[in-house]
Write a protein that binds this ligand. Structure first.
Ligand SMILES: *Cc1c(COP(=O)(O)O)cnc(C)c1O
Length: 347
């Protein structure tokens, strides 16, 4: 039986969160002299709402969830860090990852002095369900599954993730940074039945707000409450809160995101086809994200050649199972054409 209280690091079970001036007084007043702010109005002289009330209201309506299931974070990277700091004891506990995958899970674990156990994906980039099922160690506190996975581009079947979630004694964190580009379903609908499931979302990819730094942790109200206890009190600034509130409330903006996603998916297909026919390309892996993983016979040479022509792609050739691989983000049709013509000239 999953017991959240047992999973929280012992010294955090009873920790008091920072009580800000506006936690102690919440309402409308005409004179605010409680937070040592500047009294001179410039639209940003007041602290942002650390409880993210409006943001969570709008976000939960958009997702069809309870506002208590949501925490907005300073990029989903902050969510990864908070999860590790809340649930994994340095020098003792561990997180599980399956490489090749997003690098920040490991980085944040190492920053916290938390161990990392890597159960690599199989050669076809599928999860090694048997290996995962065989682990039975209560020091394994968090399992990160990135789906669609960066950099391999594939999603993992929902049924497979769910069976892992049911078997795992800690939290399973499903990073859905690229879900908008995927044909596979989100696991949002499964939160109600899975008390140990955590979902990460970001506004950095499909939404086009990488510069804003906003992501979401979505989980049970009790998991979210633990993260609220330890988060920096004002982790999302007012401009970022306002931007997300207005974006999520604006039908036109929602439609624009959809249009952009459809365009990128069409370009992903076109680019994948075209790259597949280029010299030194061994394989273009099918992708559910806004990027393509391309195996080449000489990644270093192609990387350098593209760079000399002003095009930067990501060299992933040193990642587990990715020898010879470059990761290419899908750009605008014009940018993709430039990539293709330069790559052709790299023979
Ligand atoms: C890009 C990316 C993120 C985004 O992180 P932010 O901090 O929200 O910008 C998260 N997870 C994965 C797998 C990513 O590729």
């Amino acid at each position: 039986m999953f017991d959240l209280e047992q999973l929280i690091r012992p010294h955090l079970r009873s920790i008091q969160r920072y009580s800000s001036a506006r936690d102690e007084f919440f309402g409308e007043a005409s004179v605010y002299l409680d937070a040592n702010e500047s009294p001179f109005a410039n639209r940003l002289n007041r602290y942002p709402d650390g409880n993210q009330r409006e943001l969570c209201k709008v976000g939960s309506t958009w997702l069809g969830l309870d506002p208590k299931q949501l925490l907005f974070v300073n990029g989903s990277d902050e969510g990864i860090d908070l999860l590790i700091r809340a649930f994994a004891e340095p020098g003792q506990d561990r997180i599980l990852i399956s490489s090749p995958t997003y690098g920040m899970y490991k980085v944040w674990a190492e920053v916290s002095g938390v161990g990392v156990v890597d159960l690599p994906l199989k050669e076809d980039f599928e999860l090694d369900g048997e290996q995962l099922a065989q682990r039975n160690d209560n020091r394994d506190k968090l399992l990160f599954i990135c789906s669609p996975n960066n950099p391999s581009g594939n999603s993992f079947p929902r049924s497979e993730i769910l069976s892992i979630v049911r078997n795992f004694s800690g939290l399973v964190v499903v990073d859905e940074a690229y879900i908008d580009f995927a044909s596979s379903p989100s696991l949002l609908v499964d939160l109600a039945n899975c008390p140990n499931l955590v979902i990460l979302r970001t506004f950095s990819k499909a939404w086009g707000f990488a510069g804003l730094r906003v992501g979401m942790v979505i989980a049970s109200p009790s998991i979210i409450e633990v993260l609220r206890r330890i988060k920096p009190p004002y982790n999302i600034g007012t401009p970022a809160q306002d931007k997300i509130i207005s974006a999520l409330s604006c039908a036109q903006q929602l439609a624009q995101v959809k249009t952009n996603v459809e365009l990128l998916k069409a370009e992903r297909a076109r680019l994948g086809q075209a790259i597949g026919g280029l010299p030194s390309v061994v394989r273009v892996f099918p992708s559910q994200g806004n990027f393509l993983l391309v195996r080449t016979s000489d990644s270093k040479r192609i990387y350098e050649c593209l760079l000399a022509r002003g095009i930067v792609v990501r060299d992933r050739s040193n990642q587990t199972g990715c020898s010879g691989c470059l990761r290419v983000s899908v750009g605008t049709p014009d940018e993709n054409d430039i990539l293709l013509s330069c790559w052709r000239s790299c023979v």
